[in-house]
Design a protein around this ligand. Sequence first.
Ligand code: SAM
Length: 267
Amino acid sequence: MSGPNQRYHDRIAPRYDDVYADDPYWDLYHDISWRALKPHLPSDQSHPVLDVGCGTGLYGLRLAKSRFKVCFSDLSARMLDVAARKAEEQFPKAQHRFVQADITDLAPFTTAEFSMVVGQGDPLSFASDWRKALRSVHRVLRPNGVAVLSVDSRFGGCQPFVTRKDYDGLQRFLRSGDSEWLADRREERFPLHAFTPDELREGFKRAGFSVLSLIGKTVFAERNQAAVLEDATLRAQVLRLEEEWNGTEFGLARAHHLQVAARKAAE
Ligand SMILES: C[S@@+](CC[C@H](N)C(=O)[O-])C[C@H]1O[C@@H](n2cnc3c(N)ncnc32)[C@H](O)[C@@H]1O
């Protein structure tokens, strides 16, 4: 039986791409995410890579374009349907896999199956137990394999509490990082966890990874000023500033999302 998280994502799947299409902010956001991920792509393309929480396939399809054999996986069957349709249109001859799985256990996959695990759009924050999810990601990675995961940032998530003057709520959130996805429909609300940079570094270390990079997304670009990014010169200037500052403590504290790249030790 599906829970609120899956119900919500199943319902929004058919129009998910419309929310992000033709939006200069999200275009820059995905550009920053991919540019930070790219240096960690495996040099050997003979092993499959996993896009976990793939949604409609944005990153898996980019990996497929870079000639990796991709396994698309998601909690939501409807998201997987959209990803599969797009993959069929874009790469009709390729044989990618589509597997419904929860990042918390990744039970359908064998140990050390993938040379890379990508989890963009915060599936780790949506996991019912993020520590268990990190151990699962670690299990399915090959030795020396790299995970690149994005999550919600705790410091970046404070503003709604301040706007509502909900200082008790703010204090609880700052201490625990626990919050709720505020779907319009009450029956589709589910818990989410927002991370501090230190908690994320420590969590990856405990799961057996060494952290290669940690960035904040975005530091200066703002969703309500997306139109600024339609100017190519200003966009290039903002991108340069983002990449200069997104690995600093200042950048990590300002951003709404964090992206970590971490390596599983060689055996
Ligand atoms: C914001 S979307 C991001 C989709 C895609 N990765 C992207 O960046 O465009 C988050 C995705 O994570 C999936 N998800 C949520 N919780 C999950 C879980 N526990 N395990 C696996 N996937 C999950 C959702 O179904 C949804 O497709």
